[in-house]
Design a protein around this ligand. Structure first.
Ligand code: GDP
Ligand code: MN
Length: 346
């Protein structure tokens, strides 16, 4: 397809390596949940679901992160569900204003954006910035190559009988997702402009085999708002630690857009993965039944649902709805959509 300047620049893209540890080649992987003390019960539900539907078989450790210290109560209740867990506090530098950002302008923005979801929230902005640029630098994640993000109030709707991390590692994948969706334009007025400027300055970070087509309908002139919903994300941490990603995050952060607008980590991750990774490093987990309010990824293939003992109604699947970006993803990857996809698009 036709790609326009500056995205027609072809470079190697993100360059990173995963060290294969140990004889058995078991991935160095963990679950990561960023969470507040007050979300303890909603989190308990999510991690029980992941333990029961997947991790009781595979026993990967969990890391819980918070901008405040976790309470004793929180640690006690949560480690009763996942014994193999660690609790970390986020360094202040990763959850505060950089010195070049004006707090006055940030406060004015929150005022101006009060009719947009989370538009008036200061903590939400710190959260999105942390999830964009810092979680993978937390000392508790230092020894890990792979992570799976789990949020409060989410559920796995089917059992997963294979090792998802092993699958990621064996196939040398960068990022896996379950749900795609459009972003609210009003939260990211200048994100695309900044991305284009970054591409002008760093053509070497744009992969030759990128997935630009997923995020742009016009060869890169405009952003179509499509992204991978980041509340579920399985990814190679070394991608985030790569020069390409770090240069991109630092470039974005410098512009102040995390505070002067309301940039989400999901579009940031997704744009980066779509531009800097060869597209065969992205993976849609169509078989993973997943719920984050208010949307479901529910496999509508009867056999997959039976095999996974799913309890979701396939009519609730979000993948091919207009507000999702399943169509864009399948087209961009050159994948054939399931032949009955239209039955699940209304
Ligand atoms: P939404 O999914 O975009 O509606 O946002 P959530 O409220 O689910 O927040 C996204 C993730 O960040 C969840 O895992 C929350 O628990 C976490 N989170 C959001 N705000 C804060 C915060 O101020 N402190 C901490 N520690 N976690 C937060
Ligand atoms: Mn959430």
């Amino acid at each position: 397809w036709d790609t326009h300047y500056p995205f027609n620049a072809t470079g190697p893209g993100a360059n990173y390596q995963t060290v294969i540890h140990g004889k058995k080649n078991k991935p160095k992987a963990c679950f990561v949940s960023l969470v507040r003390n007050k979300e303890m019960w909603d989190l308990a539900k999510s991690i029980s679901s992941v333990q029961d539907r997947f991790n009781n078989k595979f026993d990967y450790p969990w890391i819980f992160l918070n901008d405040e210290p976790f309470t004793e109560e929180f640690k006690k209740r949560i480690s009763a569900i996942v014994p193999n867990s660690q609790f970390g506090v986020i360094p202040t530098e990763h959850w505060s204003y950089p010195d070049y950002v004006s707090k006055e302008r940030a406060a004015q923005t929150r005022q101006d954006m009060k009719n947009i979801i989370y538009g008036d929230s200061e903590s939400y902005r710190h959260m999105c910035r942390f999830q964009s640029g810092f979680f993978f630098q937390h000392p508790l994640l230092a020894g890990f190559d792979w992570y799976w993000r789990v949020e409060p109030s989410t559920e796995l709707l089917c059992s997963i009988d294979y090792d998802v991390f092993q699958f990621m590692q064996d196939n040398d994948l960068g990022l896996g997702f379950t749900i795609t969706i459009h972003e609210f334009q009003k939260t990211i007025p200048t994100l695309w402009e900044n991305t284009r400027q970054f591409a002008v300055e760093h053509p070497e970070h744009i992969s030759e085999d990128n997935l630009l087509k997923f995020i742009s309908e016009d060869g890169g002139d405009t952003y179509n708002l499509c992204h991978f919903w980041s509340n579920f994300e399985v990814a190679n941490l070394n991608f985030y630690r790569s020069d390409a990603y770090m240069d991109y995050f630092n470039f974005l952060d410098r512009s102040g857009g995390f505070f002067y607008e309301r940039w989400g980590d999901a579009p940031v991750h997704s744009i980066a993965a779509s531009l800097f990774l060869p597209r065969d490093k992205l993976h849609y987990f169509s078989d993973v039944g997943y719920h984050h309010p208010p949307y479901n990824n529910c496999p509508f293939d009867d056999q997959i649902r039976a095999k996974g003992k799913c309890y979701c109604n396939p009519d609730t699947d979000f993948t091919f709805r207009d507000y999702a970006c399943g169509k864009q993803y399948f087209n961009a990857q050159g994948l054939e959509k399931p032949n009955n996809w239209k039955d699940y698009s209304k």
